[in-house]
Design a protein around this ligand. Sequence first.
Ligand code: F6R
Length: 598
Amino acid sequence: MCGIVGSISTKTNIIPILLDGLKTLEYRGYDSAGLSYIKDGNLTINKVKGRVKDLEKNIKKDAFSNIGIAHTRWATHGKVNEINAHPHHVGKITIVHNGIIENFNKLKHKLEDKGYKFKSESDTEIATGLLDYYYNKYQSIDKAIQKFIKKVDGSYAICLILDNEDAIYVIKKDSPLIIGKGKDENYIASDVPAILKYTKNYYILEDYEYGKVTNEKITIYDKDGNIIKKELKEYQGSTRTSDKGIYEHYMLKEIMEQNTTIRKTIDPYISSINDLLKLPDLTKYERIDIIACGTAMYAGLAAKYLFEEYTNTKCEVFLASEYRYQNNFLNDKVLSIFISQSGETADTLAALKKVKENKCDSLGIVNVKESSIARNIDKVLYTEAGTEIAVASTKAYTAQVALLSTLILAHAYRKQIFKEEKIIKILEEFKNIDQILKPILENTDLYKKIADEIYEKNDIFYIGRGLDYALAMEGALKLKEISYIHSEAYAAGELKHGTISLITQGTPVFASATNKKINSKTISNLKEVISRGAKCYLITDEDFKDNSIQLIKIKKVSMFLKPILTVIPYQLIAYYTAKLKGCDIDKPRNLAKSVTVE
Ligand code: F6R
């Protein structure tokens, strides 16, 4: 989603730093970009609809400045165009903003009554106007910011420059923002990677805090203007930027990495029962709630099946966007598990705040270290998927499922439902995941053949029962998000209650049948759609022969590994289908990697 970069320096030209930072954030998804800087008291603003490289062409070759702010915009209020792009400038104030100003309409009318005129449809221009209004009124930017925090509803990470001051101001609520500390120069960013080339040291702003950044000093205040002492963090991960290596797309690279990322994630827990028991003890809880969005939520649905089937523990799964506005029936016997790759998803973070307000226990399954969810949750278990660049999540999903599976195994052991020998056998399979996945990852010809059969279709269905239904949802999401083919998942038994009317000659239907207790039922449902002309594809570990169904065979493994083995063919079929359609696989239209607005 939107990205922010800012920098102020004693001597260095900050324009290349800003452009470089924006390029690092590009994979998060955006539709326009802009940059503003001050030189000898003169403000310049460059904005484009399109890519950072277009913005770069727009900036004068000899442009030089020691202070500037920049932005990539993912449109929320107003069309994708140059006028709505950030920075916005009103009076003496220029800002870039991530988030949504929810009461912008009311504020707009008030400001218009005071004589302000706005050019764009953007809520950010209203925020700029409001800051300018208070700045003029109080003749103090501190006072203006404090008043702004009181008056504005919604989410914001704001980076602000004044026409007449060598400082950058930052304000934060419900959208991430960090301040990087350098030598004779400082940086601001919505995400740490944007400034890692220049510094590993940074401060994290919390909600309702604001800061003043000059080339030599960083001061952070609470909402009333009191100075706050903050811990200077040091980034611990690798500063090497990820590249595609031998692969044409990040998505393919990330799919192919799964043999190592899964193992890395669960490695601390699979050597012995003692190691497994390093995972948190869940026995005091009567109910597990899992809260997440998109693919992370589908990982939660797979976990629900395993929790309920193998540990006899009630597990509910919620979309974070719904959870935050419903009755959650929380008590101290409920553990809320939050799953997130980015650790910044606005709805998931808001749902976590609700659980914390209710003083109930929370556990995070998070990929990005030190992200907002990781910092705010009671306890965090990190997935070790590494940086996921492609917008469509693949290796993060399998790492989440693997980590949840080990957590559930530990729970089954503690509840004495699984005996030691059984656990050890499953752990052995996890240790062998690399070898188990090899044939699945290498089955390229079959995936390409299937992609060739489906890429011109308009509607595709995914079905399954139990765990396979949860996997069907992830399969359908992967295909639709990167190939733009309409695809839907259904519980296999549900088709004939309405949706089967959409099955016509040649409609592709995918299914997985990986649970011998109910496989024959799913296969009967496939037969029903075949009778109506569907072309069927079945992922299964069964020795099953049927000329009317294209089989995708996977190895027989424990149920705890099945989500991983089943989803990978779905990921690769989606990838090759999108490739045949010539889609922008790593950056699908309209999508953003980190969804930091509601
Ligand atoms: C789909 C996808 C999204 C994310 C969702 C949650 O491929 O990537 O559905 O899973 O936006 O994001 P995180 O996991 O960052 O909270």
